[in-house]
Write a protein that binds this ligand. Structure first.
Ligand code: TNX
Length: 508
């Protein structure tokens, strides 16, 4: 009897036989299972219907994902149509419902076809295929596993066009390798925006030509007094390139006029009294301000914004604007308007935290709601699109519960269910889906000092935010999600990441 139970228990039932039970995160729009499997073999190839740089790049990315654990060659071949035994990637621009990021995946017994209008869509679809492989696919060395993919079709595209996360590299500095790991988590769950918080009171993290002390002095420390660090322009370009290869847009943020102690400590002339304050390694906020009356302030900002605009291909420039408690209200309004002009003159769209709504913005500017619902509503009324990051739901730096040692708790505890169980379009009755550009979950790093700590706060909550951005609210359900996440836990284990094993999840 025990043996029989074992055979029929869901644990040993091969997941590959039913595509509908594959537990994909974020949940795809439509899945139809056909109950069989495609057998991946040592000679399975990746075929592409176009010889473009984009397609070759994606095929190379797939091969590099699948090679280590399978130990197979994964030859890449350019051919017009699908052939037996292979995985075919094809661009065909005649599926308007899929948009630019959607894809259609057909897994038959004898072949796999992934179709999209654009490379972006293929890239998102590949993340689905990746999750259909057994979890051992995550290992770095060849595994003795029969690689089967469940058959059926998936038609999928995102609900929101902006699905991202913010990483604070100012409170603690993180080297390029850690940022790349972060980008890979975003890519895995079909997110498309990395917002980098590049400056704050505790550190200035990006090299700016003509202003060498920003990094030499301003970049020399971090919260707790560590040695800090900064990205050279070449390193920043490498981050942008790595993100771009994964169809992820980088949004650089230079926080101003507050949160600027590191810059003020580097250049006395940016202070109204002409005196540089000491470097700061604590965690208080709201005490610093650029001098909004001095012309040098705007020359400085122009240099910073024009260089960052040049280095960043994406359309956005984030200017922070939060918690400027050390700036007079009228000065703040004048300042934000001048900076908005600088940003638009560089051909970029301004983004800022909800406080900037008080400045009377151009309707093209984008407002990120974090804490300040009235300002969010004011922005929507003014015609600004919103990025939803409500702190009590979406902050990755909040503790899971009272026993979590990392993180903060000023916006409350955010267990995995609380992180998942909300929806941007119903968060405030005054803000509708049409006002919303998308979702971002920020990781502030006052308490986060290394990769493992980052993983603990980010995983698994990031997966829930990815689903909130991708999957229509009507298809989201905590009861269903928690089972998919439980199933996905095996994969996180194989990845070797330090994720939070919440008691709310029936981990497998
Ligand atoms: C508030 S969110 C801040 C950050 C802190 C964060 C900590 C925002 C726009 N400002 O400066 O790091 O809380 O949770």
């Amino acid at each position: 009897m025990a043996a029989l139970l074992h055979i029929f228990s869901s644990h040993t039932a091969p997941a590959f036989q039913n595509l509908e039970k594959a537990g994909i995160i974020p949940k795809p729009l439509k899945v139809q299972a056909t109950g069989s499997f495609f057998q991946v073999r040592p000679n399975t190839r990746i075929t592409i219907n176009r010889d473009s740089e984009g397609m070759k790049g994606i095929a190379g990315y797939v091969a590099q994902l699948l090679r280590p654990a399978t130990g197979f060659d994964w030859k890449i071949i350019h051919q017009k149509s699908a052939s037996p035994g292979n995985i075919h990637l094809m661009i065909s621009n005649n599926q308007p419902n899929l948009g630019d990021e959607g894809y259609k995946l057909t897994i038959a017994r004898d072949r796999v076809i992934l179709k999209a209008n654009e490379c972006k869509g293929l890239f998102r679809g590949i993340q689905t295929i990746r999750q259909l492989f057994p979890p051992e696919i995550e290992r770095k060395t060849p595994q003795d596993v029969s690689w089967k993919l469940a058959t059926g079709t998936i038609t999928d595209y995102p609900t929101y066009s902006h699905r991202g996360s913010m990483l604070d590299v100012a409170r603690h500095f993180f080297p390029v390798e850690d940022v790349k790991a972060y980008i890979d988590w975003l890519a895995r769950y079909k997110m498309n925006v990395l917002h980098l918080h590049l400056s704050d009171d505790q550190g200035w993290r990006i090299e700016i030509n003509g202003w060498p002390k920003l990094t030499r002095i301003g970049g020399s420390t971090e919260v707790g007094g560590g040695k800090g660090g900064y990205y050279t322009q070449e390193e920043y370009k490498e981050i942008v390139r790595y993100a771009r290869e994964r169809y992820i847009t980088v949004i650089p943020e230079i926080d101003m006029p507050g949160h600027t102690n590191a810059a003020l400590a580097s250049y006395p002339e940016l202070n109204c009294d002409g005196k540089a304050p000491d470097l700061y390694t604590g965690t208080k906020v709201g005490f610093s301000s650029l001098c909004t009356h001095k012309e040098i302030t705007y020359r400085f900002i122009e240099d910073v914004i024009s260089q960052l605009s040049e280095l960043t291909p994406g359309p956005y420039m984030h200017i922070g604007g939060d918690e400027s408690h050390a700036t007079e209200k009228q000065d703040y309004i004048t300042f934000i308007n001048r900076v908005q002009d600088i940003v638009t003159s560089q051909g970029k769209t301004l983004v800022g935290w909800n406080e900037i709504a008080e400045a009377g913005l151009n309707p093209e500017s984008v407002v990120q709601l974090w804490h300040g619902n009235e300002q969010g509503i004011q922005a929507a009324e003014n015609g600004n699109q919103l990025i939803m990051s409500p702190s009590e739901r979406a902050y990755l730096d909040m503790k899971y519960d009272s026993t979590t040692t990392l993180g903060l708790d000023w916006a409350g505890y955010i267990e995995v269910d609380r992180a998942y169980n909300w929806s941007p379009e119903t968060y405030l009755p005054e803000i509708g889906k049409e006002d919303i550009l998308g979702v971002e979950c920020p990781l502030w790093t006052e308490t986060v000092t290394n990769r493992e700590e980052m993983e603990y706060l980010v995983l698994p909550r990031l997966l829930g935010y990815a689903e909130i951005g991708w999957t229509p609210a009507s298809l989201q359900s905590w009861e269903d999600y928690k089972l998919r996440l439980a199933h996905h836990g095996r994969r996180l284990e194989e990845m070797g990441v330090n994720f939070y094993r919440s008691d709310l999840i029936p981990w497998k």
